[in-house]
Design a protein around this ligand. Sequence first.
Ligand code: DGY
Length: 339
Amino acid sequence: MAKPTVFVTRRLPGGALDLLAQHTELRVWEEELPPPPQELRSQAAGCHGLLTLLTDRVDTTLLDGAPNLIVVSNMATGFDNIDLPAASERSVLVTRTPGVLSETVADFTFALLLAAARRIPEADRYVRAGRWRTWGPSILLGRDVFGATLGIVGMGGVGAAVAKRARGFGMRIVYHSNSRKPRLERRYGMTFLPLEELLRQSDFVTLHVPLTAETRRLISRRELGLMKESAVLVNTSRGSLVDQTALYEALKLGRIGGAALDVTDPEPIQPEDPLLTLENVVIVPHVASASVATREHMAKLAAENLLTALRGRIPKDTANREVAAAWRAARRQRLASLS
Ligand code: DGY
């Protein structure tokens, strides 16, 4: 029997592509930039499987033009780049890669938090600009992290891994999520708060919720107005969780103390974005999960999820497992041309 056709939208680290090449008719987009939408659609048109990244939009037009598509395997925890209801309606399985990146993203969340609190990028710029002329008692003073209150918004894998680290820093931890997590509350000595109260009490607020219609602009002018004047906002989730114009105003006018952003809206941030003119913001290019080992794990898991689905089993990390029954029948039909 011929092998199913798979398109991967970028070269991947580690052995993921070798694995896919053994079992599929593999095509890979070799460029550094993502395939343009038209190219992605035309590649998807003849495919049984797509391995996508968070930069690739999978929408109704793509899905309607890909009658043989069985699975979209997204190499990310988030899947806001994929129209999930549209995929489900067309019995296309969508998988993702949670879990394998939680610790790495939590490390990076703390790196950003510390960088903003202790003004590390600013201090680095200061040295490189030749401004370091002496040790001074008031030069580049920052905020203490130990003993401060950390507000964690979202208590999934990354949120919990951030809480574990915060305990080591001697922080008071408060959190908000859709449901209470009594076991984690006991383990990390943390307190559940309504979002508004968390914003009022926290010295650092860090976001770990997925981007959905409900969480888009979760942090807007009103929410920023509830935060302490000294507070720092950390975002390693998705840029659209925050109203970026309101954030700029709050930072510029000193309504909050600082921000540390791994993600922006849009991505990449435009070079003329006013946020880039502010000293009290740290901005990096969506790299919280970017360790060698973690990116290899993510790529391997995405490849395995894709192969599992092509073989007719529902991967553990499926975002729309409720379509299983219809999907099984559709999969057989979509592979029929190969036999
Ligand atoms: C994800 O997995 O959603 C991350 O944003 C990738 O780093």
